[in-house]
Design a protein around this ligand. Structure first.
Ligand SMILES: [Zn+2]
Length: 177
């Protein structure tokens, strides 16, 4: 459990990568999601803050690493009934902090590169917002029993009556030509 004061603390925004790595800094803090414009644009609503647990360290291969998790609650549009669906979004990540593209290419595959500016700083909020965006479901749906677009007769056992483009019909047409 994190303490109340820790949970209410805001994460710093522009941070010094080397300094945080060298001091093995850890944060359990929140970002006010109302300040994350790209996240707000991607969902219907995000009324919860983004909870972040992150740590900075040097790994065994001497890479500067930012590792952690972010979690929040968003409302998106169900792609089946077009109603609102509330979803928990959680992301886990391990990022390599580097100075340029060249060093980014040298990172092992398990580390996603984050390129810091010439002074060694980067925008921590922006990086964490990216991680939350990446973990949004591409096709949000209600659980079957909560969706408004239910089968009226559950025992028909038929495919859902959703109009769907059949990729094979397109192929069939192509073959005819
Ligand atoms: Zn639905």
């Amino acid at each position: 459990m994190i303490s109340r004061t820790m949970a209410e603390a805001q994460l710093p925004k522009r941070v010094d990568a080397a300094k945080l790595v060298d001091s093995n800094q850890q944060f359990s803090a929140q970002i006010d999601s109302q300040k994350l414009g790209r996240l707000l644009a991607a969902v219907e609503r995000c009324e919860q803050p983004v909870d972040c647990h992150i740590e900075f360290f040097r790994d065994a291969e001497n890479h500067r690493v930012l590792k952690g998790q972010c979690k929040t609650q968003v409302t998106m549009q169900c792609q089946r009934c077009l109603g609102s669906v509330s979803l928990e979004v959680e992301s886990e990540f391990e990022l390599g902090l580097v100075f340029d593209d060249e060093r980014a290419k040298q990172l092992p595959r398990r580390l996603e590169p984050v390129i810091v500016d010439e002074d060694g700083y980067f925008d921590l909020w922006q990086v964490l917002e990216d991680e939350v965006l990446l973990s949004l479901p591409p096709f949000p749906l209600h659980p079957q029993d909560e969706c408004q677009l239910k089968q009226p007769e559950p025992d028909t056992n038929a495919e859902p009556e959703v109009e769907r483009e059949n990729p094979f019909s397109v192929l069939a047409q192509l073959k005819k030509n």
